[in-house]
Design a protein around this ligand. Structure first.
Ligand code: PEP
Length: 259
């Protein structure tokens, strides 16, 4: 059985005092359910150390929102390597978020390098994939998603890929308030699992965690997370409001799939 995971992507939000208050609330509110759901928060890079410190022993993990495509150290101004993230105890990192793809020209080739760098240092990459509204409407979205996955995975063995998590995030649903319906999301998750089974084997496809992201809120989380192939969520806006994020984590923890 795949354990539910809920990851909060804070994007470019937070300040020292705001972070203390949010983490304080989350630690209290999540404490009764933390055995049934894995929870992760991804603050901006500059606050990773602060948030790691605040979360020490709280049973909530810390993730980065991105990583450098370059390995280790070097003349790469503004970059932060996977080794540096591992050095401060980061356990997960987003890679290929649609905002990085569109605002920072993260191509599939760049994303493949980032994924490899993270895996080499033992950080679990959360590979974000998803189609635009235009690609959904013209019916090419399955191919778009399959290509994003196989390009990012290129050159890596099934063993090397065993720590990868996927997050299906239709671009038209991110920050727009428009969520994919549970049926629409489940159909894509099932398609991804089927594509992974045929390219990487059924053992890998059954084990891999696939999150849904795109305007998830307390009001729609139950229905989304009860779908058989949706293992949790990648949450943007709602991750900044402790009651909302906790309710989403609770929906994942109490999903009938969790037994
Ligand atoms: C995201 O940033 O990954 C995301 C899903 O954002 P939101 O929940 O705000 O749509």
């Amino acid at each position: 059985m795949r354990k539910a995971l809920v990851a909060g992507n804070w994007k470019m939000h937070g300040r020292i005092t705001q972070n203390i208050n949010l983490i304080d609330d989350l630690v209290k509110q999540l404490s009764p359910i933390k055995e049934s759901v894995s929870v992760l928060v991804c603050p901006p890079l500059v606050y990773l150390n602060q948030v790691s410190g605040l979360l020490a022993e709280a049973g909530i993990e810390v993730g980065a929102q991105d990583v450098s495509r370059f390995e280790k150290d070097g003349a790469h101004t503004g970059d932060c390597s996977a080794e540096m993230l591992a050095d401060i105890g980061v356990s997960y990192a987003l890679v290929g978020h649609s905002e990085r793809r569109s605002e920072h020209q993260d191509t599939d080739a760049v994303i493949a390098l980032k994924l490899k760098n993270l895996l080499q240092v033992g950080i679990k990459p959360i590979l974000c994939i998803g189609e635009s509204l235009e690609q959904r409407e013209e019916g090419t979205f399955e191919k778009v998603i399959a290509d994003q996955i196989s390009n990012a995975f290129s050159g890596l063995s099934v063993e090397e890929l065993s720590n990868v998590i996927l997050a299906y995030e239709p671009i038209w649903a991110i920050g727009t308030g428009k969520t994919a319906s549970p049926d629409q999301a489940q159909a894509v998750h099932a398609y991804i699992r089927q594509m992974l089974a045929s390219d990487y084997g059924s053992e890998f496809s059954e084990k891999v965690t696939i999150l849904y992201g795109g305007s998830v809120k307390a009001a729609n989380a139950d229905q989304l997370f009860s779908q058989p192939d949706i293992d949790g969520g990648l949450i943007g806006g709602a991750a900044l409001v402790s009651e909302e994020f906790t309710a989403i984590c609770r929906a994942a923890a109490t999903s009938p799939k969790n037994g």
